[in-house]
Design a protein around this ligand. Structure first.
Ligand SMILES: *Cc1c(COP(=O)(O)O)cnc(C)c1O
Length: 356
């Protein structure tokens, strides 16, 4: 604390990212990164952009990348907004579209950045409890007195997907409010709502290259919606930072959309390993929520998640444990790594549980 701080800074409760330990040889399954990383074509494109041109500002409209994204999704370039990670895209959306007189609704168990942005931008939050089985109940959003809604699909940290028909039911029932569907994990088996964008003017869908495309370190995310929604994001962006994506990021991200083979292969591998992980956890007497993401959310039926987390860490295996809210304190969120990492995790779990 300091007397030089603004009142806003005094009032902030910042997001706490999963740690990025510096130790080598860790089995790092705590931040949902993709174990396969970017393909050779992306790395080559980044190297090719590493020239004297770095003295020049990048394209403030990111036109080439937005064209690649538009072509990939079958939408128009005016319907695509890009930012420095989808966290930045979300931040701009909170300010541009989700801040209204009435509160913003999101699941009570969800991405913990949402309440942080509410604090930053002075938006009232309306937490909507998940159902008993941790699924999102669309009816609660349809009947609530709210100014906007946001939820991840699949949800984080549960991994549970909401069927596309349910997303559409909400968007269609609430033409009075913007609905943001955060599809950070959509590449691992959830039906995307991007196809609803041309039918409904009130839906914005955000994606990231951090998870499915193995580019968390490049910081690229985007949103798709009708042009007036994208215009709102552009207005905020150009009131904040005209060049959120540097030349290397623009080049690498565009190349990712040009290498569909790598994308398809690596996401298929992650989904296959997810099955191995789920089976292994069930053998060890964990309850595993049905995951459509590159992580699973699992609860030891007998045993304490916080203690297991500590015992995994002693063995160099890092997963994520949330100390609150109460309903999820006995769960562990485990990223789907390679087959080798998954085997190492399961071996460490057997030791942690004393079943070895
Ligand atoms: C990882 C994640 C993001 C942010 O991704 P970026 O790396 O900032 O693109 C957004 N929403 C959810 C739910 C996430 O898990």
């Amino acid at each position: 604390m300091s007397r030089y701080w603004s009142a806003v800074v005094h009032g902030l409760t910042p997001y706490v990212p999963g740690e990025q330990p510096r130790l080598a040889n860790l089995v790092k399954l705590n931040t949902n990164e993709n174990p396969y990383g970017p393909g050779a074509k992306v790395l080559a494109a980044i190297s090719a952009a590493n020239t004297d041109d770095l003295r020049l500002y990048p394209d403030p409209t990111a036109l080439e990348l937005r064209r690649a994204i538009a072509a990939h999704h079958g939408v128009k370039v005016e319907e695509v907004f890009v930012g420095n990670g989808s966290d930045e895209v979300l931040a701009h959306a909170f300010m541009a579209l989700l801040k209204h007189q009435r509160p913003l609704a999101f699941p009570d168990i969800s991405y913990s950045f949402y309440p942080v942005y509410c604090g930053l931008y002075g938006i009232a939050a309306h937490g909507v409890p998940l159902a008993e089985d941790f699924s999102i109940r669309v009816d609660d959003y349809i009947t609530a007195d709210i100014g906007a809604a946001i939820f991840p699909n699949p949800n984080a940290p549960t991994g549970i997907a909401l069927p596309l028909a349910e997303v559409e039911r909400l968007v269609a029932a609430r033409p009075d409010i913007p609905v943001l569907v955060d599809e950070a994990y959509v590449d691992f088996g959830t039906e995307s709502a991007v196809g609803l964008v041309h039918k409904y003017p009130n839906i914005l869908v955000s994606h990231t290259l951090s998870k499915g495309r193995g580019l968390a370190g490049l910081r690229v995310g985007y949103a798709i919606g009708q042009a007036p929604l994208v215009d709102a994001l552009m207005r905020v962006k150009d009131s904040f930072n005209s060049y959120p994506l540097d030349r290397l990021a623009l080049a690498g991200a565009a190349a990712s959309f040009a290498d569909d083979a790598w994308f398809q292969q690596t996401r298929a591998k992650v989904m296959a390993t997810r099955n191995t992980l789920v089976d292994g956890l069930e053998v060890l007497d964990f309850e595993v929520l049905p995951s459509a993401a590159n992580f699973v959310f699992a609860r030891p039926k007998t045993g304490n998640a916080a203690e297991i987390n500590a015992k995994l860490r002693e063995q160099g295996v890092i997963v994520r444990h949330f100390a609150r809210p109460e309903r999820i304190t006995n769960f562990l969120r485990i990223t789907v790594g390679t087959d080798e990492q998954t085997a190492a995790l399961l071996a460490a779990l057997r030791i942690a549980l004393g079943s070895d």
